[in-house]
Design a protein around this ligand. Structure first.
Ligand code: MG
Length: 412
């Protein structure tokens, strides 16, 4: 049992991203309640070194061996030998960090397959709480993750503002009494822009989110509304509800983070300012809430009015593609996620246009819809195959396209 006397041991996968730095901010506010025992990052070494100096974790890991060597050199020149953490690298390294330190809580905010495998390992090891911030993990491999956490009775707590809101609105209630989950979305920076000018959307415009400061990938996903599409699938996986019970509603102020409508007509909603430290702190300290210094309070009188509207599927075809992908089955979600990840990467590198993102994803869904996914190896293989396909995709030229009918018995 977790007690309030002993500090909770926390491992943080993905410490240098937006969720990672917000998590560290919460830990900094409550040093008596938490001990950061392990941190992992991809490749942002300078920020990582500062975090290690400040929090003195027992184990650390980075993505590659050469980064681990560089990290060791940097740390040796700044930290006394007795305080040096054990340094690991790669997927095995990330999982070793967790096995060795046996944390009570793992915050899973690392992108890609490294994050997925380390999170699954945490579940297998029976970590008591996993705060899941990387929605791609649930979109790609939701059934494998939920099976692993169920077997060990790990509590999976969403660290996504909408899903944390739903999680909170479900507290003390029965899932069988849920009529509809209303997943709110701000509509992103192009909600009111004319569809006719969407083809001229620039990278700088797409990187400006009206309400949230986040990493580049999720900011572009918000601009295409693919983020809401991924969150639609995430909600179905997390709460084990049929897709008909999850609906998307646009709410430009981003104050109501989502709502649950019950069979008696009651709506339960969670409101708050746009600050990820709120859902992070709930995962860290669950089932209790933590006092937080946010530097800002929600002032509803100042806001004055809250607005809601239906999503525009013409402007944001990625939303419809996500709904379609979920209907296809497990492989649909994997293809959608992988194709979108590459499309966003290519858009950020000026290799494709904004409106090419849904085109690329749509063609991927069509070409890979017959793929079979029976185990985790299949998930990884399909993810890699779609990404390789998307790397060479070209609009109108059919490059990268493969004959869907020849793919009926793909064996991975
Ligand atoms: Mg969200």
């Amino acid at each position: 049992m977790l007690t309030s006397i002993t500090p909770r041991k926390v491992a943080l996968l993905g410490s240098t991203g937006s969720i990672g730095s917000n998590t560290l901010n919460v830990l900094r506010q409550h040093p008596d309640l938490f001990e950061l025992v392990s941190i992992s990052c991809g490749s942002s070494l300078d920020a990582f070194v500062k975090q290690i100096e400040e929090f003195n974790p027992k184990t650390v890991s980075v993505s590659t061996e050469s980064l681990a060597v560089q990290l060791e050199q940097k740390l040796k020149s700044r930290i006394s030998f007795s305080n040096l953490p054990k340094i690991y690298f790669g997927i095995e390294g990330h999982t070793e960090c967790i096995s060795e330190t046996k944390p009570d809580v793992v915050i899973s905010a690392m992108m890609g397959t490294h994050g997925l495998l380390a999170t699954l390992k945490a579940a297998e090891l029976g970590v008591q709480i996993i705060g899941i911030a990387n929605k791609e993990i649930l979109v790609m491999a939701g059934p494998f993750v939920t099976k692993a956490v169920d077997e060990k009775k790990t509590k999976l707590i969403p660290v996504d503002s909408e899903h944390s809101a739903i999680f909170q609105a479900l507290m003390g209630n029965d899932l069988s009494e849920v009529k509809t989950i209303w997943l709110t979305g701000s509509g992103g920076p192009f909600r009111t822009r004319e569809l006719s000018s969407f083809s001229k959307i620039t990278k700088a415009e797409a990187l400006k989110h009206p309400n949230w400061a986040m990493g580049a990938k999720i900011t572009i996903d918000s601009a295409t509304m693919m983020n809401k599409g991924l969150e639609f699938i995430e909600a179905i996986r997390l709460f084990d509800l049929p897709s008909e019970k999850v609906k998307i509603i646009v709410h430009p102020e981003s104050i109501v983070h989502s709502m649950v409508e019950y069979c008696d007509g009651s709506f339960m909603a969670q409101l708050g300012i746009s600050d990820m430290r709120i859902p992070i702190s709930l995962a860290l300290h669950y089932p209790k809430r933590l006092p937080l210094q946010l530097g800002k309070e929600l002032n509803l009188v100042e806001i004055g009015a809250l607005h809601f509207e239906n999503p525009d599927f013409k402007k944001f075809p990625c939303l419809a593609l996500a709904i379609q992908a979920e209907k296809i089955g497990a492989q649909g979600s994997i293809v959608l996620n992988a194709a979108n990840e590459m499309a966003v990467d290519r858009f950020l590198k000026d290799s494709i246009d904004f409106m090419d993102i849904p085109l690329l994803v749509e063609e991927a869904l069509s070409d890979f819809q017959s793929s079979r996914v029976e185990n985790l190896g299949d998930v990884m293989a399909l993810d890699e195959e779609v990404k390789a396909w998307a790397t060479v995709w070209k609009r109108d030229l059919g490059l990268g396209r493969r004959n869907a009918s020849s793919r009926a018995t793909i064996s991975l």
